[in-house]
Write a protein that binds this ligand. Structure first.
Ligand code: ADP
Ligand code: MG
Length: 250
């Protein structure tokens, strides 16, 4: 990796990331020497079979977990030796995270859920919450509780929440995994729109349509990655696509 990749044009520079979990006496090498970079404004899909280390990678990119070895820069900031406080700040201010199971708090309204990260950042962003609810098509749902929403609406609320502190990077772990394909498509459209507006997106997915919406795919297998810039051809095998894929044949 050359020195220029640590410069301002990069949202993520990950070099030789390795993560070893210990389970009793057993060691699990969840990530093994993963190297990739994402330019600012890129939209990348991380694909690969279950257990390949995709969530582990995303959690490390999201500063929710630390690598056992390797180096990581986010937006030019070295992360692997950062203090817990610095990592918390990066996570809160620069990174938005979206989960498969939405992670909305059931006792709060949709608007309160969206506002929560701003509250933790000691910001009052009522106008921003309103704006974001509009953006994700939930203006009419702000006072509802999550259980009154459809799955697609819950995920849109979760995306609004991920954006409330104005992050530069959006990380999403199987965001359409709990949605039917039509609903999933509305989420894909939203990611596309956010990316066009300049947000860097890294999404882990098994959804061929979402993987194809990304501009580049990274394939993980047994914790390790093939060279970046994988061609679409590889995706088919990785996603075990039975029917004809929505992307053009390679
Ligand atoms: P994926 O998201 O691609 O399905 P994961 O990143 O969740 O894969 O897991 C990669 C490997 O690491 C798996 O073998 C998994 O069992 C293991 N693993 C993940 N998290 C932990 C943990 N906290 N402790 C021990 N092993 C873990
Ligand atoms: Mg996973």
């Amino acid at each position: 990796m050359n020195a220029s990749s640590s410069g301002n044009g990069y949202a993520v520079t990950a070099v030789a990331l390795t993560k070893i979990y210990r389970r009793g006496r057993e060691q699990v090498r969840a990530l093994d020497n993963v190297t990739f970079e994402a330019r600012k404004g890129e939209f990348i899909a991380v694909v690969g079979p279950s257990g390949a280390g995709k969530s582990t990678l995303l959690n490390i990119l999201g500063c929710m977990d630390a690598p056992t070895s390797g180096t990581l820069r986010l937006l030019g900031n070295p992360v692997e030796n950062a203090s817990e406080q610095e990592r918390t700040l990066l996570r809160r201010e620069r990174i938005g995270f979206v989960f498969q199971h939405f992670g909305l708090l059931p006792t709060l309204t949709v608007a309160e859920n969206v506002a929560l990260p701003a509250f933790f950042a000691r910001r009052r962003l009522d106008h921003r919450v309103k704006e974001l609810l509009e953006k994700v098509g939930l203006s009419h749902r702000g006072r509802h509780r999550p259980h009154e929403l459809s799955g697609g609406e819950m995920q849109r609320a979760a995306i609004a929440r991920a954006l409330v502190n104005g992050p530069q990077i959006l990380l999403a772990d199987e965001p359409t995994g709990n949605l039917d394909s039509a609903t999933g498509n509305t989420i894909i459209d939203l990611f596309r729109q956010l990316n066009v507006e300049g947000l860097t997106i890294v999404v882990v997915t098994h959804n061929p349509a979402l993987a194809a919406a990304a501009r580049r795919q990274i394939v993980l297998r047994d914790g390790t990655n093939a060279p970046t810039g994988h061609v679409v051809h590889d995706l088919k095998a990785v996603l075990h696509c039975q029917t004809s894929p929505p992307w053009p044949e390679a």
